[in-house]
Design a protein around this ligand. Structure first.
Ligand code: NAP
Ligand code: MG
Length: 497
């Protein structure tokens, strides 16, 4: 086993040395109103990385006032070119300093450093996308349909203060979907990052102020979801909420938002089917399906957690996935050779292990992974990539989102059977199909009820194309021009001449 450790940059180290992290409101680090703090641990080692301020409703109130004041000021009237220039500067900043953010993210949430650093190209594409969106906000002029001389048009105006509630599994991407749109449209925001991964968000927002982002446009209140998160979702002066997280929390946000009829954008959970036909190129499908679930240790909303395999090749496919997993190295997030890091927390590790027990007791066939010695990799929260074969849709491991490195292989007998099983879930986030027969592939694409489908690949996301959720995976576009709907409102204008 090789062990090349990534050396973290001086700037990231300096940030982490603060130990006690503040909130970030109105362009400044500010302490929380109450004294409570939240311990931050490195999931690879269980070591304490620092402490977050436990923001409360009072802090959310202060941040919303700052965001409202910034919205009412110059910012919402910046020209599209000024917004675009700011996004260009953000691009340069990320180009230069992305590794610092990636280092903090890897230490805080456990994703391998190769993965977080490797997400740079995707982050830069998001910034480029939003730089283009800054010049794409437009209403319509419409032919007059009324008696007399009336000129009619629609204007698109920024919606106001956006509450951004983000998860821990990919906070940097979740952040750019919000921050990019805020910069492109002239909205302002209060971000509530997940307690398990707030540090990279705090750091990035702080350094964005070095390139001329005005104070109060982007504020960060760390703290528990039930406290700071709920205060944001129920705040009467927050216009909209962009939320990424679990379906259960999504429901609570819907409830909280009714106080002022907030419009919501919700990206929720999934149990996505990854469908492999017997004619697929298995040299591509095996690693593709494996990384579709085991990338980020299964902690991806659109993870292909159900691999549906045509029965004639199910046994061979299982054996090949198990063999492929032997080529992956599990280890500390800062080891350059790590493919699979830990899961996010001790508690989450327990949850994932309890699903592995459930799979065994419900009669699924464990063909890779499973329990490993508790301290095999020190005190980190590691779970071996685990594969169950011969799973059926009656089992909990096939129905519930595990959000960990556990996959169910479910055999099917025909295309109809695959589509039926694929759709047998309350979720509708994503799916994939592997086949050399384009009409088989397109039939499946057409008939799986999900917001994104991949053919002979898994997990590609381009903000230009974007994705949506279907069924209980949420609503409101991420990416594409429709993304801006969450950040704009439409005003119809009638001018009598
Ligand atoms: P989560 O528990 O729902 O938390 C998401 C965020 O909501 C966190 O910031 C959390 O804060 C906050 N929160 C919790 N309770 C809240 C409440 N009552 N009111 C307001 N905010 C509240 O989800 P997670 O465990 O972080 O992430 C995993 C889940 O996210 C999975 O279900 C996954 O599928 C989903 N996800 C979906 C997508 C997508 O694009 N569809 C992307 C990524 C993740 P604290 O954690 O600090 O308490
Ligand atoms: Mg952590």
């Amino acid at each position: 086993m090789t062990m090349t450790t990534h050396q973290i940059s001086a700037s990231a180290a300096q940030f982490l040395q603060r130990g006690q992290h503040s909130l970030f409101i109105d362009g400044d680090r500010v302490p929380a109103a109450a004294r409570g703090t939240i311990e931050v641990r490195n999931p690879s080692t269980h070591e304490i990385l620092g402490h977050l301020a436990a923001g409360s409703a009072e802090d959310v109130g202060q941040a919303v006032r700052a965001a409202r004041a910034a919205f009412n000021g110059e910012w919402s009237r910046w020209t599209p070119y000024d917004r675009q220039a700011l996004l260009f500067r953000a691009y340069d900043l990320l180009e230069r300093r992305f590794d610092e953010v990636a280092e903090i993210e890897s230490l805080d949430m456990g994703a391998p450093i190769s993965r977080t650093r490797g997400s740079k190209a995707g982050a830069l594409r998001m910034v480029q996308f939003f730089a283009a969106m800054a010049l794409s906000v437009r209403g319509e002029t419409l032919p007059n349909g009324l008696p007399g001389n009336v000129t009619t048009m629609t204007l698109k105006r920024p919606a106001g203060v956006i509450g951004g509630i983000i998860p821990w599994n990919g906070s940097l991407t979740a952040l750019w979907w919000i921050v990019g749109a805020v910069m492109a449209t002239g909205c302002t925001t209060v971000l509530k990052p997940a307690t398990e991964a707030s540090l990279s968000v705090l750091y990035l927002v702080e350094i964005l102020h070095e390139i001329g982002l005005p104070s109060g446009v982007i504020n960060v209140v760390t703290g528990h979801g039930s406290d700071a998160g709920n205060a944001l979702a129920s705040h009467p002066d927050v216009d909209r909420i962009a939320f990424t997280g679990s379906t259960a929390t999504g429901r609570q946000i819907i409830d909280a938002s009714k106080v002022n009829i907030k419009r919501l954008q919700l990206e929720l959970g999934g149990k996505s089917p990854d469908i492999v036909f017997a004619d697929a190129d298995l040299d591509k499908a095996v690693p593709g399906a494996a990384m579709g679930i085991f990338g980020n240790s299964g902690q991806i909303c659109f993870a292909g957690s159900r691999i549906l395999v045509e029965r004639s090749i199910a046994k061979e496919f299982g054996a090949r996935i198990a063999a492929y997993l032997k080529s992956l190295q599990m280890g500390s997030s800062m080891n350059l050779d790590t493919h699979i890091g830990p899961v996010i927390s001790e508690q989450h590790r327990e949850t994932v292990l309890s699903y592995i027990e459930a799979g065994k007791s419900e009669g699924a066939e464990l063909i890779a992974g499973g329990q490993m010695p508790d301290e095999a990799l020190g005190r980190g929260y590691f779970v071996a990539p685990t594969v169950f074969a011969n799973v059926d849709m009656g089992m909990r491991i096939a129905r519930e989102e595990i959000f960990g490195p556990v996959v169910s292989i479910i055999p099917f007998d025909s295309k109809e059977d695959a589509i039926r099983i694929g759709n047998d879930t309350e979720y509708g986030l994503a799916g994939a199909v592997w086949s050399r027969d384009i009409s088989t592939a397109l039939d499946v694409v057409d008939r799986i009820h999900a917001g994104v489908m991949w053919v002979n690949c898994y997990g590609l996301i381009d903000p230009l194309v974007g994705f949506n959720g279907a069924k209980m995976s949420g609503y409101g576009a991420k990416g594409s021009i429709a993304h801006l709907d969450t950040y704009l409102y439409t005003k119809s204008v009638y001018i009598q001449r």
